[in-house]
Design a protein around this ligand. Structure first.
Ligand code: FE
Length: 200
């Protein structure tokens, strides 16, 4: 991953923060240092397109449309999973589908129903946001979310998202550092990932 991608990730991370604070995208977010960020991040490198990965054996189609997957009394560490869906030139994609599914705290998938499964569409700023729990571990894999991203009328991109500093990352056969979440342990644990789709 070239250094420029890291710059973009930090920039858009700032935008997410601004969005949560109720600011709209045209308002320039400020870094902690007080330095203003550019409106248009430099990121036209095609290497930055989000890597596709296998959907694995536990995808269930037709998940409910919802942003809150965690349920009252559900064991596990709460986490907000958020980010933007973008074109390769960093234009946000509104109304992009984001379908999320993952294991529960015990590392089990709900293969009979839709627990910890849901989809939503990005807002006018291309942003998605799920409230869920940190996925538990199961044998043979490191910690991960499964996700599908789809711009309107475009092919579906299926991938997985990973956690930094996870002991299982090194031995996981499909782990890829390009799919690491940017974890923020603020007032609420937040994992950020900006999906870049191969669309014009
Ligand atoms: Fe899995």
């Amino acid at each position: 991953m070239p250094p420029i991608a890291g710059t973009r990730r930090r920039f858009l991370g700032g935008l997410v923060t601004a969005g949560i604070a109720g600011l709209s995208l045209p308002v320039l977010p400020r870094l902690a240092s007080g330095q203003e960020l550019p409106l248009t991040p430099a990121c036209d490198d095609e290497d930055d397109i989000t890597l596709a990965q296998t959907e694995g054996p536990y995808f269930t189609p037709d998940s409910p449309e919802r942003a809150v997957l965690r349920e009252e009394g559900m064991p596990g560490t709460p986490i907000v999973l958020t980010g933007f869906v973008l074109t390769p030139t960093c234009r946000p994609i509104p109304r992009a589908l984001v379908d999320l599914w993952h294991a529960n705290d015990a590392g089990e998938y709900d293969n009979d129903g839709y627990r910890l499964r849901g989809h939503q569409f990005t807002d006018a700023d291309g942003r998605y946001r799920f409230e869920t729990i940190v996925p538990g571990l199961y044998p043979g894999r490191t910690r991960h979310f499964h996700a599908k991203f789809q711009a309107p009328g475009e092919p579906v991109l299926t991938t997985q998202l990973y956690f930094p500093d996870e002991p299982g990352n090194e031995s996981d056969r499909i782990f890829d550092a390009a799919l690491l979440l940017d974890i923020d342990l603020g007032p609420e644990k937040t994992g950020r990932y900006n999906a870049v789709l191969d669309v014009a």
